[in-house]
Design a protein around this ligand. Structure first.
Ligand code: IPE
Ligand code: IPE
Ligand code: MG
Length: 255
C-alpha cells in the first residue's frame, strides 16, 4: 500500500495512505460510538478492563488523524446513562480511567491544539471527575484545533428531556413564547448547543444500533458500522470510513 507523509503544520504529521480522499469534502463533525472493548479483551482471555484501557489509546490516534485531515469536531461516546447498569467494579474502573485520561493527556491535547468539551448529565458523576472535566475544558478552551467532545453520562433521551424541561421552565417564566419554539430554539437547549449535527456516525463492534446516542442530532447523519472492535480501530479504518462517507449522496429528503 502506498504511504503518504501528510503534513499540515509541524505539529501534525501523519504517515498513512490518503489516496482517494477529497480533502475539500471531509466531514465537519464525526460522532463515534466507541464499542467493543469488552469483547476485544474477552477473545484475548483478558479482563474487560484491559479492553477499556486499549480503547482509550485508540481515541488518541483517531483524534490525531481526524485533526490532520481537517475534521473539526469528534463527538465520542465514552459512558452512557445506561452504562451505570454494569457491575460497580467496571463502572469504577471506567471513572478512574477517565480521570487518569483527563489528567495525563492535557499536555498532549494542548500541544495538538485540541479543545476538550463534554456533553451529558453531571448528575451522578463523582465530584473528582466533574472537577477534572471542568479543568480540562477550561485549560483547552482557547485551543484552535479539533474539538474533542466527550459524551460522558450521556443519553439522547436524557438530553431531549433536559431541553424540554429547560424550555418549559423558560416558557412558564414568560421568557419564551410557545409559538416561537422551533428547531433552532430547541437545539440551543441541547448539550450540543453551538455545534452542527454530525455528518458521519461511526460504530465499531458490529452492532447495528444507536444505543441512545445523539438521537435528535443524527436525523440525517450518514452511518458507517464495522465489525472491528474499538481497540483495533486504526487510523486506516478511520480513513476508510471517510472514503465511504464521500461516496454517499446526501439528499436530506430532497431529490
Ligand atoms: C464500549 O465497550 C465502552 C463502554 C460502553 C464504556 P463495551 O464495554 O461496551 O464493550 P463490549 O460491547 O461489551 O464488547
Ligand atoms: C454504547 O455501547 C455506549 C458506549 C460506547 C459508551 P454499549 O455497549 O453500552 O451499547 P449496547 O448496550 O450494546 O447497546
Ligand atoms: Mg458494548
Amino acid at each position: 500500500m502506498l504511504k503518504h507523509l501528510f503534513t499540515i503544520d509541524s505539529n501534525k504529521i501523519l504517515d498513512i495512505d490518503l489516496t482517494g480522499i477529497d480533502l475539500q469534502r471531509v466531514p465537519v463533525h464525526v460522532a463515534i460510538i466507541m464499542d467493543g472493548n469488552g469483547r476485544w479483551a474477552n477473545i484475548r482471555g483478558k479482563a474487560r478492563t484491559f479492553g477499556h484501557q486499549a480503547g482509550a489509546e485508540t481515541l488518541k490516534a483517531i483524534v490525531k488523524v481526524a485533526n490532520c485531515i481537517g475534521v473539526k469536531i469528534i463527538t465520542a461516546y465514552a459512558f452512557s446513562t445506561e452504562n451505570w447498569k454494569r457491575p460497580v467494579s467496571e463502572v469504577d474502573f471506567l471513572m478512574n480511567l477517565l480521570g487518569g485520561y483527563l489528567t495525563n493527556e492535557i499536555e498532549e491535547f494542548n500541544k495538538n491544539g485540541v479543545q476538550l468539551r463534554f456533553i451529558g448529565s453531571r448528575r451522578g458523576l463523582p465530584d473528582e471527575i466533574l472537577r477534572k472535566m471542568d479543568y480540562a475544558a477550561a485549560v483547552t478552551e482557547r485551543n484552535t484545533g479539533i474539538i474533542l467532545n466527550l459524551a460522558i453520562n450521556y443519553g439522547g433521551r436524557d438530553e431531549i428531556l433536559y431541553a424540554v424541561k429547560t424550555i418549559a421552565t423558560a416558557a412558564v417564566a414568560g421568557q419564551i413564547d410557545v409559538d416561537n419554539i422551533d428547531t433552532n430554539i430547541f437545539e440551543e437547549h441541547l448539550y450540543t448547543k453551538g455545534l452542527p449535527a454530525p455528518d458521519l456516525l461511526i460504530r465499531p463492534g458490529g452492532d447495528m444500533r444507536i444505543s441512545n446516542f445523539l438521537l435528535w442530532q443524527i436525523a440525517y447523519t450518514e452511518i458507517w458500522i464495522t465489525d472491528i472492535y474499538w481497540p483495533d480501530f486504526t487510523q486506516e479504518y478511520f480513513i476508510e470510513a471517510i472514503k465511504a462517507y464521500q461516496r454517499r449522496e446526501r439528499r436530506f429528503g430532497g431529490l
